[in-house]
Design a binder for this molecule. Structure first.
Ligand code: ATP
Length: 343
């Protein structure tokens, strides 16, 4: 998994008066599962469309194993796309839908029938081969779309929010299937989603984008535990940001003065004494107590209950509201209720 397969260098996509993607540079390895994530309009789909060949970048280069792809037409790029709405042909049955890309390539009918049947079987669709698309469930349609994309044996599969039309239960099931398929096939998956849980569950590395620019690239663990900037910290969710000023570096830690006191933190690259910065405090790394000496005082101002985990909102002395994530049994053991003072 160490060989670089696809390199995007300084890719830009400009519409009149608007830059949808700016200077996007990333190296994608052979066999990697990459997920592009970010809020609506950040340029995820535009990036995927440029990789597929559906849109041409205004500038930049794109190399597949060192060969430029920008002048290669879509059908020769070998990077098919699976869409959110599946984009299947309603007038063709399952078998013919899956055969379609091979027909476009001029593959002889007996060979394409055999190959399509193999993929139909592999994706557990054999009993539906003669059915029309209208007679299939959402999950079955999704599998047909996958079979149709994979029948050409691509080296890169592009997926644009492929699970968002499915209900929550099916989405989880398909996540497991996609992960299994990716492992079995060993091909590169580039997967666009705005669902953090999907990206974190499946991807080897995630690319966090905002306003057309990459904010961070890393494994799910890296972006979760070491967000590189305030945008990533907030986008990734259960983090609190506390503004402060760096006053001293002590090797592995720095002292940060905030309006809640002095704290030690892990330093970020490029920061020096006197710089303003945000401390990122993960919601599940905060200790709560309603007895004894606390470093920071607060009061519970709200709670969100999600299964066994509870997110408490704690209003601090400086007026900021922090999210604190705890297991339900911990909250009960400490008798932490709405309005409780954490003194
Ligand atoms: P979503 O999650 O909502 O699908 P996205 O991250 O995939 O969003 P893109 O579809 O890549 O976002 O769009 C990026 C930006 O480019 C958006 O602001 C969009 O309005 C703009 N855009 C896309 N296509 C065009 C176009 N043909 N002309 C002008 N602007 C466009």
């Amino acid at each position: 998994m160490s060989t670089s397969l696809l390199s995007l260098n300084d890719i830009c996509m400009e519409y009149p008066g608007f830059k949808a993607v700016s200077n996007l540079t990333i190296d994608i390895k052979a066999g990697e599962f990459i997920s592009l994530m970010g809020p609506s309009g950040c340029g995820k789909s535009t990036t995927l469309r440029m990789i597929a060949g559906l849109d041409s970048p205004t500038s930049g280069s794109m190399l597949l194993e060192g060969t430029s792809q920008l002048d290669v037409p879509i059908e020769d790029r070998g990077m098919p796309m699976v869409w959110q709405n599946f984009a299947l042909f309603p007038f063709l049955n399952v078998q013919k839908n899956v055969e379609f890309p091979l027909r476009m390539k001029g593959v002889a009918s007996d060979i394409r029938a055999k190959k399509a049947s193999e993929w139909i079987e592999r994706l557990g669709l054999s009993e539906f081969a003669e059915r029309s698309i209208a007679q299939l469930s959402g999950g079955q349609r999704q599998r047909v779309a996958l079979a149709r994309a994979l029948v050409t044996e691509p080296r890169v599969l592009l997926l644009d929010e492929p699970l968002s039309a499915l209900d929550a239960h099916l989405r989880i099931k398909m996540q497991t299937e996609l992960t299994r398929l990716h492992k079995e096939l060993g091909i590169t998956f580039i997967y666009v989603t705005h669902s953090q849980s999907e990206a974190f569950a499946m991807a080897d590395r995630v690319v966090i984008m905002n306003k057309g620019e990459i904010q961070q690239v890393g494994t799910p663990k890296e972006v979760y535990r070491a967000p590189e900037n305030a945008f990533v910290a907030e986008f990734i969710g259960m983090n609190n940001l506390l503004p402060g000023t760096l006053v001293e570096s002590n090797g592995d830690t720095v002292d940060v003065v905030t309006d809640l006191g002095l704290f030690k933190a892990k330093p970020a690259m490029g920061l020096k004494n006197g710089d303003s910065a945000h401390m990122v405090i993960a919601a599940d790394c905060i200790r709560l107590d309603n007895q004894g000496e606390q470093k920071v005082r607060g009061r519970i101002s709200g709670e969100e209950f999600v299964g066994s985990v509870i997110t408490l909102l704690v209003e601090l002395e400086n007026g900021q509201e922090f999210k604190v994530q705890k297991q339900q049994h911990e909250v009960e053991a400490l008798n932490l209720k709405y309005g409780a003072d954490l003194t």
